[in-house]
Design a protein around this ligand. Structure first.
Ligand SMILES: Cc1cc2nc3c(=O)[nH]c(=O)nc-3n(C[C@H](O)[C@H](O)[C@H](O)COP(=O)(O)O)c2cc1C
Length: 217
């Protein structure tokens, strides 16, 4: 039983309308830690290899801690955006309009990341701290389903987030600043806020028949 109001969405509606929310994050409305922990309780029902549950969730609400993570994120974002702009100029994507919308939205997020009420880093215990050469899926599969469940559970409670990974360019620096041990590897950073309005539409995606392979490639 949720302590926080929930949207009246079917499972399919929830799955098809949980979007990357950036410009519609409400930076002014406080987010109680308890709504995040309630969504995390849901997320912990996700599968993990051998049921090891090696995940860890680092929730940043302190302005100074958020500033550190946001600063590394922004530095990485602007380097990435510059390379992306050059690549788009050389080779314009088919759907340039959507690509430009994503850039505008992502740039906005990079600029306000420190103002988002909570930043949640999903991380995973990796024995020895070094990622294996092969079978990366076998490692990250023990964190990412739970992180996506968290995004869904947040949306169900009227909060939005955007899946981000760019701070990982500076994973070690962020780990040191936040006291994260070496054998805990970070996989995702979710900026979390209530959304401005709760209506979101399914996104345009490449048609299924371009990616579906039945009984072989
Ligand atoms: C592995 C992964 C990494 C991503 N990294 C970032 C990121 O660092 N910053 C960001 O703004 N969005 C990031 N995104 C969000 C994508 O841009 C977004 O999912 C995509 O544009 C589709 O939009 P939608 O989520 O609204 O459907 C990432 C998504 C994934 C799955």
């Amino acid at each position: 039983m949720s302590e926080f109001p929930q949207l009246d969405l079917s499972a399919d509606e929830l799955l098809t309308t949980t979007r990357s929310v950036r410009k519609r994050l409400d930076l002014e409305r406080p987010v109680p830690l308890e709504v995040i922990t309630e969504a995390l309780e849901v997320a912990l029902q996700a599968p993990s290899g051998s049921n090891a549950q090696g995940w860890h969730w680092i929730v940043l609400t302190d302005p100074e801690k958020k500033r550190i993570a946001a600063e590394y994120y922004k530095k990485s974002y602007y380097a990435y955006a510059e390379a992306g702009a050059a690549a788009r100029a050389a080779n314009p994507p088919e759907d340039l309009e959507t690509a430009e919308k994503v850039v505008s939205s992502a740039t906005y997020l990079a600029d306000v990341m420190h103002e988002v009420p909570a930043l949640v880093i999903g991380a995973l215990h990796v024995p020895g701290g070094a990622l294996p050469e092969g079978n990366q899926a076998g490692v990250w599969g023990s964190l990412l389903p739970a992180a996506w469940s968290l995004s869904l559970a947040l949306r169900e409670r009227g909060l939005g987030s955007a899946w981000t990974t760019l701070h990982l360019t500076y994973e070690r620096e962020v780990a040191e600043a936040l006291g994260i041990p070496e054998n805990i590897r970070q996989g995702v950073l979710l900026p979390v806020a209530y959304t401005k309005g709760t209506g979101f539409k399914p996104a345009k995606r490449a048609p299924l028949d371009t990616v579906l392979h039945v009984n072989g490639w």
